[in-house]
Design a protein around this ligand. Structure first.
Ligand code: SAM
Length: 195
């Protein structure tokens, strides 16, 4: 990954464009902010750190679970070839899609639905970014990860989770590394928390 390019784009991306109304004035704080429907846009430093850990390449095909505001999606789309993004809340997805189209992205594919099941039609993915917390690692997502691929996912109870880096080796073995403590909203759905 070109970390200099990542930081340059990250600094240039106006976070206030991804939140509504009253929240715009708080957009430059390094804090999560509400985006409606009980969901949040993550704190920017965490978005940057998770993108660094995911380490996309220019030719990466990326699956993102939890489009939310579209802020993380924009960064992934800038730093990879294609992004397949899944969001369960239709209203959030519509707003995110409009923002990302306004920014000129044409390498993002959108799906409204249960991302705990991934998006099997376009698997395998070189990278998988999950921005909502699962209780356990969903097998479906591991199955959709390419050999030598990387997945970043928060795992743990609703109040505090461990950020995990999952790598799949050439012989199909899974390696799990703990990257620190985080707090994310729940990944709802069949392989997440019950809705
Ligand atoms: N990365 C986003 C951003 O930059 O704004 C923030 C994501 S927010 C912390 C988590 C998102 O995951 C929410 O929008 C929530 O609706 C979504 N989500 C939760 N469970 C999901 C599921 N099973 N499938 C798809 N999206 C899900």
């Amino acid at each position: 990954m070109d970390y200099q390019e990542l930081e340059k784009y990250f600094r240039s991306l106006d976070r206030s464009f991804f939140v509504d109304g009253d929240m715009k004035k708080y957009a430059y704080l390094d804090e999560p902010l509400p985006i409606g429907y009980g969901q949040t846009i993550s704190q920017p430093s965490l978005v940057l750190e998770m993108t660094r850990i995911l380490a996309t390449e220019k030719d990466s095909k990326v699956l993102e679970i939890g489009t939310g505001s579209g802020f993380q999606t924009a960064i992934l789309a800038k730093m990879s070839a294609k992004v397949y993004t899944v969001e369960r809340i239709e209203e959030l997805m519509e707003k995110a899609k409009k923002r990302l189209e306004t920014l000129g992205f044409s390498n993002i594919y959108y799906k409204i639905g249960d991302g705990s099941k991934g998006w099997p039609e376009y698997a395998p993915y070189d990278r998988i970014m999950v921005t909502a917390a699962a209780g356990v690692l969903p097998d479906e997502l591991v199955d959709q990860l390419e050999v030598d691929g990387r997945m970043v996912i928060p795992i743990g109870p609703p109040d505090l989770q461990e950020l995990k880096l999952i790598t799949k080796t050439g012989d199909g073995d899974i390696h799990i590394e703990n990257m620190g403590m985080v707090r994310f909203v729940e990944l709802k759905g069949q392989y997440g928390w019950i809705e």
